[in-house]
Structure formats: structure tokens, C-alpha cells
Design a protein around this ligand. Structure first.
Ligand code: GTP
Length: 422
């Protein structure tokens, strides 16, 4: 994910300027020029005065239930990964340690081990079940391939992908006259790696030459959008970028609060307005604020919506149009967040969001909580949209740049080969 650093690597994070008051009338006017009436999609209370702010959560203020859990688990003493090590791992072979300024090699092995640990449920399904299947087997026969089919399908690789994998395996077995089941496992691993690399879009986030890098985050309810936004913001901040969060989810007060809490935790500004405000207007104001304050990365939260809800999808299209009209070329990334535990349904979510707003990258969350990590390969194969990040927990550091090789190795419980070219 080195694309992040292409434009501004090394740039020191500037102290973010204080909040400004955006002109509601300007935003509302511009938004109404862009498109049709706002669909009946949520509370329609009249907009309150603009609240463009990053209010720190007042000490002692009770957090909403979900946030309280997050905040509690982020307390000192709980397992946290050191920020310096994280920055080092993320910035690749020539990374500079923020503390010493020295060039050091990334800690690839420990990174792999942590990923492997978190993906243990997935690994139990694929790696352990494959090991058990192949144990004591001397040859590859149809009975073994049938059992293999069942394992792949239960790992959420999907029927078509499983079929293709088995066909590839059969072809290789025939062509190379493979008889060793271990060799078959290697064929599967390489084929899944191929799927994981499949993509129509650039594999890395590429920031524009000038102006803010705008990320619009979309997805159905509860997949982990806001949490992922917080984690992604933290990554950008660690790499020296200034970040702004925009609360485009105006339907639920708790969603706005949750984003503000993340903004506070990460130390970045949040543009938000009262619940019931027009999300497109809030987004417009957010972009104005970002440009006026020379922000590097603007991350826009949107309300969770069922991909089957026509009105809400129309509203999302409108938000996208507003962004494009306000800032040519933006959004530079339309990131769809998918909950890996939902399995095959995530494929249809991805299709419908892609049709509506042109998804350019994926974040797959909750991979720590599923035994079905095969969904990642299935999504990549079916959709050709690159996976940018994977979420492997609720903590601020529980987000990984997606690395196809590392992921497939963790999935197959295989130590990474340091000499292999990815
Ligand atoms: N285990 C695990 N939990 C996660 C992960 N990402 C998010 N969550 C949890 O999933 C729940 C929903 O996350 P949110 O960020 O509120 O989801 P959302 O998509 O913004 O939800 P809406 O605003 O309702 O659309 C929270 O309890 C998060 O802590 C992850 O990678 N692993």
C-alpha cells in the first residue's frame, strides 16, 4: 500500500487548523444544483445551524454502549501494537523509524505471525482441514477431490470459484501427472493467490498530485464502516498526513457521535451536523473545510444502507455527484466495506454498490471472527476489485494493508518465503 506515500511521503503532519464555520446556504445551493430532490430516506428534520467541529469528547461524558466498549478496550494495559513498529511495517523496505530516523527492514515475520494468529479460525477451516484430508493419502483420486470440494465450499470460496479450482487441480494433476496430495495443496494455494491479485483498478491507493485525497466510504449497516474509517485515519496520521473526517451519515445521532469519538481518538477534525441534515450538504461543507485547511486526506462516512434500497442508493449517487462537482476527479476512492462473516451475500452487495457508485477498493472487516476467509478470494475473483485493507479486530491497530501473498500464506498456515517475489 505504498501508494499512500507517493505524493507526500515524509511530509510532517501539519497542525490542523481550528474549525471554521461553513456557509450553509452556499452548500445547500451547490447541492441542489447537482441533482434531484433528496429521497425520502431518513429523518427529515430541518437542518440546524452548521456544526463544523472536532469537539473532544468531554471528560466523563458517558459513551454510547458500542463506543464505550471500544474505548474501554483501547485503554492502556490492553493489548496494543506499538505505533512505531506498525509504521515501520507499513512503509516497506526503506521505511524510516519515526523515533530514530534510521532506515530499518520491516518486521515481516512477526507481522505474518500476528496475521496468522488473527486468522486462526479461517486457518482451522482451510489449512487444518486440508492437512487432515491429505494425511496418509498417497494419491489424488475422485474421492479426495470430492472431499476437497466440500472443504472449499464451506470455507466460502463459492461454488463457481471452487469448481474452477478443482478444474485447475485436475488439469495440473493430469498434465504434470501429480500424485502427491501436498503438490495439490500447492496448486490450490497458487491459484487462490492468483485470484487475490485479480483487479481492474490500481492495487494501491494513489494520491492526487495536488489537493486532498478524497475517500468515500460506503456499505450496508453494521459492516464496520465507521470503525474502519477510524483505523484508516490513524494509518494516514501515522504516515504524516493531515486527515479530516466527514460525518455523511446524518441519520443516526449515535453514528455522528461515534465518528467524533474516532476523530478525537485519532486526533483529527470531524465535520458534522445535526442528525437529519442533508448528507450531501454536510459532505459539501466537509470538502470546503478540507480545501480551506489544506487537508491531505478527507474520509467521508456515509449511512449504512441496504444495497437493495433504491432510494438510499439514489441518495448515495447524489453524494457522489456532489463530491465530483465540488472537486474534479474526486472521490479518488470509493471504498466499500464488507463484513467477511456475511459470506456470499457480500458479493451481491459489492455488485450493487459498484453499479451505483463505482466501487474502487474494498475493506474486508471481521476476518478475526470468521472461519470462512475463502470469501476474500471469491470476492476478488468475482469482482476484480482490489482489497485495500482487512480488519482483524476492533482496536485502532487491527487493520492491515492487504497483501495477497501474506494472506494466502496465513490461510494455508505456511511460513512466508523471504526470497519469493510477490
Ligand atoms: N471483530 C471485529 N469487529 C469489528 C471489526 N470492524 C468493526 N467491528 C465491529 O463491528 C461493529 C459495527 O461497526 P461500525 O463501525 O459501527 O459499523 P458501521 O458500518 O459504521 O455501522 P452503521 O453506522 O450502523 O452502518 C462494531 O462493534 C465494531 O467494533 C473487525 O475487523 N473485527
Amino acid at each position: 500500500m505504498l501508494g499512500w506515500f507517493k505524493k507526500k511521503f515524509g511530509k510532517k503532519q501539519e497542525e490542523q487548523k481550528g474549525p471554521v464555520q461553513a456557509e450553509e446556504s452556499v452548500a445547500a445551493k451547490a447541492v441542489s444544483e447537482v441533482g434531484e430532490e433528496r429521497p425520502e430516506s431518513g429523518p427529515q428534520t430541518p437542518p440546524e445551524p452548521v456544526d463544523v467541529s472536532a469537539p473532544p469528547t468531554p471528560a466523563g461524558e458517558p459513551l454510547p454502549e458500542k463506543e464505550a466498549v471500544e474505548a474501554e478496550s483501547a485503554e492502556p494495559g490492553k493489548e496494543q501494537e506499538p505505533a512505531a513498529e506498525e509504521a515501520l511495517v507499513k512503509t516497506g523496505p526503506s521505511a524510516t523509524r519515526p523515533d530514530t530516523g534510521e532506515q530499518e527492514k520491516p518486521v515481516r515475520k512477526s507481522m505474518f505471525q500476528r496475521l496468522q494468529e488473527r486468522l486462526s479460525k479461517t486457518r482451522e477451516t482451510l489449512a487444518s482441514r486440508l492437512d487432515t484430508l491429505f494425511l496418509g493419502k498417497k494419491q489424488i483420486d475422485e474421492e479426495l477431490l470430492d472431499e476437497l470440494e466440500e472443504i472449499l465450499i464451506t470455507a466460502d470460496l463459492g461454488v463457481r470459484t471452487t469448481q474452477e479450482l478443482l478444474d485447475a487441480a485436475r488439469t495440473r494433476v493430469k498434465r504434470d501427472q501429480l500424485s502427491d496430495p501436498q503438490a495439490l495443496k500447492e496448486v490450490l494455494r497458487e491459484k487462490i493467490y492468483e485470484y487475490l491479485q485479480a483487479s481492474d483498478q490500481p492495487a494501491e491507493l494513489v494520491m492526487p498530485e495536488s489537493g486532498p485525497f478524497v475517500i468515500m466510504v460506503v456499505g450496508v449497516n453494521g459492516v464496520g464502516k465507521t470503525t474502519s474509517i477510524g483505523k484508516i485515519a490513524a494509518k494516514f496520521v501515522r504516515s504524516g498526513q493531515s486527515v479530516l473526517l466527514v460525518a455523511g451519515d446524518t441519520f443516526r445521532a449515535a453514528a455522528i457521535d461515534q465518528l467524533k469519538i474516532w476523530g478525537d481518538r485519532v486526533g483529527v477534525d470531524v465535520v458534522a451536523r445535526d442528525p437529519g441534515s442533508d448528507p450531501s450538504s454536510v459532505v459539501y461543507e466537509g470538502l470546503e473545510y478540507g480545501v480551506a485547511n489544506d487537508i491531505d486526506v478527507i474520509i467521508i462516512d456515509t449511512a449504512g444502507r441496504l444495497h437493495t434500497s433504491v432510494n438510499l442508493m439514489e441518495e448515495l449517487k447524489k453524494i457522489r455527484r456532489v463530491i465530483g462537482k465540488k472537486m474534479a476527479g474526486a472521490p479518488h476512492e470509493v471504498m466499500l466495506v464488507l463484513d467477511a462473516t456475511t459470506g456470499q451475500n457480500s458479493i451481491s452487495q459489492a455488485r450493487m454498490f459498484s453499479e451505483a457508485v463505482g466501487v474502487t477498493g474494498l475493506t474486508l472487516t471481521k476476518l478475526d471472527g470468521t472461519a470462512k476467509g475463502g470469501i476474500v478470494a471469491n470476492i476478488c475473483r468475482e469482482l476484480g476489485i482490489p482489497v485495500r485493507f482487512i480488519g482483524i479486530g476492533e482496536q485502532i491497530d487491527d487493520l492491515r494493508d492487504f497483501d495477497a501473498r501474506e494472506f494466502v500464506d496465513a490461510l494455508f498456515n505456511r511460513e512466508p518465503d523471504e526470497t519469493r517475489q510477490s
